[in-house]
Ligand binder design. Sequence first.
Ligand SMILES: Nc1ncnc2c1ncn2[C@@H]1O[C@H](COP(=O)(O)OP(=O)(O)OP(=O)(O)O)[C@@H](O)[C@H]1O
Length: 263
Amino acid sequence: MQGLNISSFKFDFFSVLDIVIVALIMYQLYNLIRGTIAANIFIGMAIVCVLYFIVPSNKMHLLSAILSNLMNVGIIAVIVVFQQEIRRFLLLVGKNASLQRNRAWWQYFFGKTETEKNNYARIKPIIDACKSLKQTRTGALIVFAKYYDEQFYQNSCEVIDGKISKRLLESIFQKTSPLHDGAVVIAGNKIKSASCILPLTDNTDLPPQFGLRHRAGIGVTENNEATAIIVSEETGEISYARHGRVKMNISFAELEKLLNKDF
Ligand SMILES: Nc1ncnc2c1ncn2[C@@H]1O[C@H](COP(=O)(O)OP(=O)(O)OP(=O)(O)O)[C@@H](O)[C@H]1O
């Protein structure tokens, strides 16, 4: 057997702390990749890892040599394969250490209702726009980016940098508008850009009626701290994507709740 000698472990405060921190990190990583294609790769890697520890190296030379070589390049492979997930994880850690804490303090001093009121003022024009887009069966894709990565979004977009308003959103997605193709990206209090071409998801488990708009909406949330509202031109249904997962046909009350939580 290679590696683990359980009897040599000594449990003290730091080893318990060690285990708790590793468990939290694993849980956060699991949450980041759950339901995405990265989860399958992770399971594959975990199987290789388990095999490496249980295959008797003195009896199964070939297999253990292959596994040992795989383990030697393991960390590089993990960084290459999970590049986007590691980026998201670090963003999550950074966000929790700074922005979220400030928000919690703000809520503590100025009260939750004040924050909610401000948030409602931001969200209302978006929900109103979605209602009218649904009614007129106008296809739309609205992305909410926690961090507006200029390099990522601006490459393919028209810069708007305008106040969030129902009429602006409606006119962007009008079929006759030159900007209607692609996504609108909102960050902070502004509509940052329109007509953005986003990466498509390669998830194969999506409903067959999901075309490019839905795939782009889901794709952008897989590797970015972003959420997306997709209004279907065909059915008028509203879908909501986050972390590569999608909720279909949601109500406006649900949409408001989700935006309040995530936006
Ligand atoms: N990569 C992309 N990024 C952003 N938007 C895109 C992208 N590819 C396509 N779109 C948008 O999706 C529209 C085509 O939607 P399509 O009919 O394929 O999607 P769908 O998911 O079936 O949605 P719907 O239910 O509205 O038909 C395009 O006109 C364009 O506006």
